[in-house]
Every structure is written in structure tokens, then in C-alpha cells.
Ligand binder design. Structure first.
Ligand SMILES: [Mg+2]
Length: 237
């Protein structure tokens, strides 16, 4: 959206992760379970019961093979084609999502000052559908969904970071990445010389994972003010 406007720092870029950085990933999971449950169950009340069961299981840390588990629990077919259909339903569903208000405040504060990018792993079209549901697409001068480049380009690969820096026209030393997941978000941008910032919030799905080798964020923040202060001080030093 800042394309064509006079940027305060046109050679400086801030790139954001999507899931659990700009919105609550758990909201998407819950929304997806509701969509799948509606296709599993015969009526709305039964669907709500199935969705609630899956959500409780997810909250207990047992999100793996969820649809197989639901099939077993509710006596549904669990052949591969049926499971694949539910997975597709989950990934293709139109979620009702809201961005974190303070993330929007950060984007508003940065817009017009620096180039803005979005770099996200995850399946397509799910990631693109999420971005539109959040209403945030217009903020970004460049968007890279690594899935479109090939599965081997998902983080921690550096490929997506190389591409978005080139699309933004900003040298690596003047780029920052804001993400949530220490297991994969910061390895490549650290190696490329970016500033890396982990935005921690309560309830994030991946925040407590151990950092990958060389993958700890350089700065950890817990609110928008700290993030903006870190970006002012740290990018393009
Ligand atoms: Mg994330």
C-alpha cells in the first residue's frame, strides 16, 4: 500500500510472519475444527459437540492426527480419502479471524516509514485465505508464501528471505523479521544479517519450542511499544 508513496526510509524493511505474530493461531485452529465438524456431523448440535471435543483435545496438547481420533471417537469412517477430505476442508475453509489490535497498530505506525513485507510458511491456499480474512494484505509491499516456492523453501530455508529482500529492494543488513517461533523463524534471517525479533504473547502455540541452532531471536519483545523501539534502534544500524 505504501507503493508509490514517499517513504521515510525506503532502504529499510520490516518483514512479518503471519501465524501467531499478526493474529492468534489458536483462533484459526478452532475455526477449522468447526468447519470440519460441520461436514462430519448430521446436524448443528452434533457438529458443535464434535468441534468442542476436538478443541478440548487440542488444548490438552493432543492436536496430532486429530481427524483420525475424531473418527474413532464418533464412529465415523477413517479411510484415507475421507481423512484427506477433512484435511482439505480445514485448509480451504473461510475462517473468521481478527488481527491482534496491537499488530495493526504497529503496521499503521510503520506504514509510510519503511517497506513492509510478509513472509509465511504453511499450505496454500490456506495462508492466502487467512491474510484476506484478516484484511491485512494491503499493508504489504511484498508477500512471500514459501509454499509457492516449493516445500523445501519453508523456514528455516533462507530462500524466502532472499526473495523478499530482493522484491523489497532492501539490503539484508537493513531488514528485520518479526516472528513467534524460535524453532524455525530466525535461523535464516540471523545468518543473512537481519535483525530478528520474537514477539511473545500469552497463548502462542510454538513460542516455548527450543531455539534451533543459531535460531534464537536477537530481541524478544512483549508489546508493540517495545517492538517499535527495537525496530527504531536496531534496523540498518
Ligand atoms: Mg508463526
Amino acid at each position: 500500500m505504501s507503493e508509490g508513496t514517499a517513504l521515510e526510509n525506503p532502504r529499510k524493511a520490516v518483514v512479518f510472519d503471519l501465524d501467531d505474530t499478526l493474529y492468534c493461531e489458536r483462533d484459526y485452529v478452532r475455526s477449522g475444527y468447526r468447519a470440519v465438524a460441520a461436514s462430519m456431523a448430521a446436524d448443528p448440535a452434533a457438529a458443535e459437540a464434535v468441534a468442542a471435543w476436538m478443541w478440548r483435545r487440542f488444548c490438552e496438547g493432543r492436536g496430532e492426527r486429530m481427524f483420525n481420533a475424531a473418527a474413532e471417537r464418533f464412529g465415523l469412517p477413517d479411510d484415507p480419502a475421507t481423512i484427506a477430505g477433512w484435511v482439505a476442508c480445514y485448509r480451504d475453509h473461510a475462517p473468521i479471524l481478527q488481527p491482534h489490535p496491537d499488530a495493526v497498530a504497529v503496521l499503521d505506525a510503520l506504514r509510510g516509514r519503511v517497506r513492509l513485507g510478509l513472509l509465511s510458511d504453511g499450505f496454500l491456499p490456506a495462508q492466502s485465505i487467512k491474510l484476506d480474512a484478516l484484511g491485512l494484505r494491503g499493508y504489504f509491499d511484498a508477500i512471500v508464501f514459501t509454499e509457492a516456492m516449493g516445500r523445501d523453501c519453508w523456514k528455516p530455508s533462507a530462500a524466502g528471505f532472499e526473495r523478499i529482500a530482493a522484491e523489497l529492494g532492501v539490503p539484508h543488513a537493513c531488514c528485520a523479521y518479526v516472528g513467534d517461533n524460535p524453532a524455525k523463524d530466525f535461523v535464516a534471517p540471523n545468518a543473512l544479517g537481519w535483525l530478528t525479533i520474537q514477539w511473545r504473547r500469552d497463548g502462542q502455540v510454538h513460542a516455548d519450542k527450543p531455539a534451533a541452532a543459531g535460531g534464537a531471536a536477537q530481541i524478544v519483545v512483549r508489546d508493540a511499544a517495545a517492538l517499535l523501539a527495537a525496530l527504531d534502534l536496531g534496523v540498518c544500524r
